[in-house]
Design a protein around this ligand. Structure first.
Ligand code: HIF
Length: 303
C-alpha cells in the first residue's frame, strides 16, 4: 500500500548510529587540552551553541540551530559572530571522526557538554538536527542582540524584542543571562574587554551576585591609558566587566526581580537555566523521536 511504501521511505536518522558517549569523551578531551591552557575552550563553545540557535524567528519559523548555517555567508560574517570560527574549527576534527554526527548537533552537544563540565546543570540533549547542504536557508544578519543597542533608555526593549522574537519571557531571558558567568570579551572580536567573573570557566550564579553586590561604573581607562572602546561597565577593581545589556537587567524592575531570585538561589537558577537553554537550542528543530510517535501508530494500525 502507499502507506507501507511511505513507511519504507522514512529517512533513517543517522544520529541513531552515533556513540554519543564517545563523542562526549572527545569534547571533554578538547575542553582539557593543554594547548588552550591560557583560554580554555568551554566558554566560546557555549557562545557558538547560543549564536547558532539565537537567529530563530518564531513568526517565520526560520533560523535556529538546525542546518548549521553559520558555515555559510552572510551568517559567518555577521559582526555578532566574530571569533566563532575559532570554536567551529576546534570541533572540525570531532566531526571528521564521527561522520554520522551532524555539525548542527555537534555544535549544540559541545555547548551543553561544556556547561556541564564547567560545573553547570545537566541539560537534556536530543540529536536530530541536520546540516543544510547550501546557503539557501541562511537567516539574514542582524538577528542576534547588540550589547549597546537602544542606549541609554531602550536597551531592555531591545533585549525583549530579540528574545521575545524567539519566544522567551522575562524570566527566561534573565535565567539565560547567567551564562555570562562564563568567558570574557575580546577587543579583537566584539570590541569589549574583560571577564564578567573571576572564575570564567566555572558555571555558577556568580554573574547575578556581582550584578547585585558590586558598584558598576563606566570604564574610563585600560592598562593606564584612556579606554577608547565602546561603553562598558567595570567593578571598583577594574578587573571585571558588564555590558550595557547586562546592566539593563538591574535597571528594569521585572528583570531585576529575577536577578535577585537567582543571586540568592543557585539551585533555582540551575533549574531554570537548564530548561531555557534546552528550549533555545531546540528552536525550529523537529526531532525524529517526535515523528516516531506517528511511525509507531502506523505500525500499530498496520501490524
Ligand atoms: Fe553573550 N556575549 N551576549 N550570551 N556570551 C559575549 C560573550 C559570551 C551578548 C553579548 C556578548 C548571551 C547573551 C548575550 C556568552 C553566552 C551568552 C560577548 C563578547 C558579547 C559582546 C564576545 C567576545 O568579544 O569574545 C548580548 C548582547 C547578549 C544578549 C543580552 C546568552 C545569555 C548570557 C544567551 C548566552 O548564553 C558566552 C559564554 C560568552 C563568552 C565567550 C568567550 O569566548 O569567552
Amino acid at each position: 500500500s502507499s502507506v507501507g511504501e511511505a513507511m519504507c521511505e522514512l529517512p533513517k536518522d543517522k544520529s541513531d548510529k552515533v556513540d554519543w558517549k564517545a563523542v562526549r569523551a572527545d569534547i571533554c578531551k578538547l575542553l582539557e587540552d593543554d594547548k588552550y591552557e591560557k583560554e580554555p575552550p568551554g566558554p566560546v563553545l557555549v557562545r557558538l551553541a547560543w549564536h547558532a540557535s539565537g537567529t530563530y524567528d518564531s513568526a517565520t519559523k526560520t533560523g535556529g540551530s538546525n542546518g548549521a548555517t553559520m558555515r555559510f555567508t552572510p551568517e559567518s560574517t555577521d559582526g555578532a559572530n566574530a571569533g566563532l570560527h575559532i570554536a567551529r574549527n576546534m570541533l572540525a576534527p570531532i566531526k571528521d571522526k564521527y561522520p554520522n554526527v551532524s555539525l548542527a548537533d555537534l555544535w549544540i552537544f559541545a555547548g551543553v557538554t561544556a556547561i556541564e563540565e564547567m560545573g553547570g546543570p545537566s541539560i537534556e540533549f536530543r540529536p536530530g538536527r541536520t546540516d543544510a547542504p547550501d546557503a539557501s536557508t541562511v537567516p539574514p544578519n542582524g538577528r542576534l542582540p547588540d550589547a549597546d543597542k537602544g542606549q541609554p533608555n531602550s536597551t531592555c526593549q531591545h533585549i525583549r524584542d530579540i528574545f521575545g522574537r524567539m519566544g522567551f519571557n522575562d524570566q527566561e531571558m534573565v535565567a539565560l543571562s547567567g551564562a555570562h558567568a562564563l568567558g570574557r570579551c575580546h577587543t579583537d572580536r566584539s570590541g569589549y574587554w574583560g571577564p564578567w567573573t573571576r572564575a570564567p570557566t566555572t558555571f555558577s550564579n556568580e554573574y547575578f551576585r556581582l550584578l547585585m553586590e558590586e558598584k558598576w561604573s563606566p570604564k574610563k581607562t585600560h592598562e593606564g591609558k584612556k579606554w577608547t572602546g565602546p561603553l562598558q561597565y567595570e567593578d571598583p577593581t577594574g578587573e571585571l566587566m558588564m555590558l550595557p545589556s547586562d546592566i539593563a537587567l538591574i535597571q528594569d524592575k521585572e528583570f531585576k526581580r529575577w536577578v535577585e531570585v537567582y543571586a540568592k538561589d543557585e539551585d533555582r537558577f540551575f533549574k531554570d537555566f537548564a530548561r531555557a537553554f534546552k528550549k533555545l537550542t531546540e528552536l525550529g528543530v523537529s526531532f525524529p523521536e517526535d515523528d516516531n510517535i506517528l511511525v509507531k501508530l502506523k505500525k500499530l494500525v498496520l501490524g
